[in-house]
Design a protein around this ligand. Sequence first.
Ligand code: CEZ
Length: 788
Amino acid sequence: MIQPTDDGESYELDSPTSLPKASGFLWNERMMIQANCRGYVVAQFMQPEPAKYSHAPNLEAKSFMQPEQGYYAHHPGRFVYVKDEATGQVFSAPYEPVRVVPHQFSFTVGQDRIRWKTQSRDVAVEMGLTLSKDEVLELWRVKIQNHSRSRKKISFYPYFTVGYMSWMNQSGEYHPELQSIVCSSVTPYQKYPDYFKNRDFKDKTFLMAEQEPLSWEANQEAFEGEGGIGSPTAVHDDLLSQGDAKYETPVCVMQYRIELEPGEEKEYRFLFGAAQSEQEIASVRQRYFLQDGFSRAEADYRASIAEGRGCLSIQTPDAALDNLVNHWLPRQMFYHGKTNRLSTDPQTRNYLQDNMGMSYIQPSVARNAFLVAAGQQRPTGEMPDGIILHPEAELKYINQVPHTDHCVWLPVCLQTYLDETDDYGILDEIVPFAGGEESASLFEHIGRAMEWLIQNRDHRGLNYINQGDWCDPMNMVGYQGKGVSGWLTTATAYALRIWADLCEKGHRPDLASEFRAQAQKTNAAVNQYFWDGDWYARGITDDNVVFGVRADQEGRIFLNPQGWALLSGAADPDQRKKLIAAVTDQLETPYGVEKLGPPYTKMREDVGRVTQKYPGSAENGAVYNHAAAFYIYGLYAVGEKEDAYRLLRKMVPGPDRADVLQRGQLPVFLPNYYRGAYRQAPRTAGRSSQLFNTGTVPWVYRCLIDGLFGIRGGREGLTVAPQLPEAWPGASVRRTFRGAVFDIVIQRVPGIEGTVVSVDGQPVEDGVIRTFEAGREYRVSVKIPLAR
Ligand code: CEZ
């Protein structure tokens, strides 16, 4: 069914129907494309705001990437119809829209390409998709193979959907001089200033062929005829009608008629993408086909993706986890760090966490991001809801709703950057505040952010939530200006604790003790007002109602206050035991730990929009992997390694078939959630959102580095203190750190209590490797006690 290729770099699925939504994604700095095993595609590019070149078949809402996107017959996609000229039989690759059950099928998701192979009777079609390094272009290879023992006469039709481009102006026609079908449109607008904003838009979608087609069709309806998309009339005709579209929904279909000897195959190359003008399309043709830049572009793209290698390569008893960590987590982290989720105004918390992840891949990118974010901080210390990344950009969607948590992420995310690089010099960088009236060191900026968190509180010392904290749709707890967040108050205690440590390490012990005292005071307030006896409450509403407590029928327990109370130090050993038991008992499922439970089934006007989300979806009680990662990081922080590993492992589909089928995704990315409501709606529990935009990945990577393998950087060097699950006899890790490479072998041995570390045979007393040089490799032996 599904298996990684031998080199682990790709994952293969052998059926278009067992995991119908299984998908992979590719990206570059301008665009992103998610393609599923059946040929359906979601693609968008930046100009500078997100735009499409392959649209839905009718007007579609502009929104951010959504979870659990449904597919339908005319959903945008990339397909190849094949007609056996002798028998007239038609099938389509990869599977949609004709849905002939293939004799053989494979869907292979790789690091820099996605491939499909569909064989119906004795004709096979291979389709391969990759991107260029920095253009809005899809690079396609289509190979037709004759697996019969006789000569075959075949017509095949690349069918690339364009959809409903514009209610103002849309058309399509074939341009022989460009060997392309070019579909033109005008992005709709009504205010004249938008004309000047839109006039350079890439409003053309084109399918370009390297080999001249025998015929073509640019009119969707004419192509389908009465046969419909499942059996288009035009494919059953002898030749496509060479039609155009005139304010009609266009399409890109070409026809090739070939004769293949037994065992013979022929390959064709195509480009599909967006352009502003025919001149631009002509230059693409020149560069990619007339000067054969196609293969070079493929190689450049592969190299650009390979730059996203992580700093960990592991070999453990858990092969599926190894594959995810070695081949897919860094890739997903790199995507977030390089594209900022294709937003010109990423949410501040997302921007900081996504770049926290880049600390493990390209620290210079992370460094720049911390300075960019600080440069948009208000002189009051408050951080904005979004970070503007383009001069024409403005704060949109959720960034227009005031949230009060963004300051927390500065020290929490910077800590990872400093652990990896020891670049404390960044704290001396002078950065202006928003408005540019005043500038100060990054150190001062973060200090003010902490002060802002300390003062943005009520009389009880609890942090206001306004219209949301980390949980975006928790928008009615504090919109009247009195409601407070249990999670944010606890997270503030953790941030103050981290900042105190960084002040200490940054040679400001005076401030360190001040912030440490504030952290303790905050933890005390958390215990006074939010401890419910067995777990921590989620918050207190404008009407002073505590929620997320035993007394609640719905939303009785929330995960985030529990995880962060482990991190902030608010929970003492007895409270830890109780909250972990409560989480295990009420929120743990076979698919991971749910964000809250029981999910809300009706609106709570003193909590907000989160309670209106479908029970078990997204923030309303899904296995929300970002929140689960926080909790797992908290478990490692307090040494609860068995719970931590068990929950970490539940994030990865499989290994058993039933689990993979229920989740419905390939383990090539971590989705933002798996459906929850396991105790209420088991039929849908575990289903993947298929949404790979999520802050989960950098936190899972932190769990691996700071927790499971315990190979964490710090001012002194690399601290080695693994927390392997008891079931593992050992593990080996190749860790790159500050330019050096550490080959670490961890083994359980009898007769020892603690962890014994040696480097190249030399014992390292306290497990901190202080002396090492960039460019050198070191053999690290780590001996740990036998399993209890
Ligand atoms: O967006 C995420 C945010 O990007 O929701 C997280 C939040 O911490 C992240 O910063 C938890 O709320 O508006 C909505 O209802 C959406 O559900 C967004 O909150 C959510 C979606 O994942 C965006 O794709």
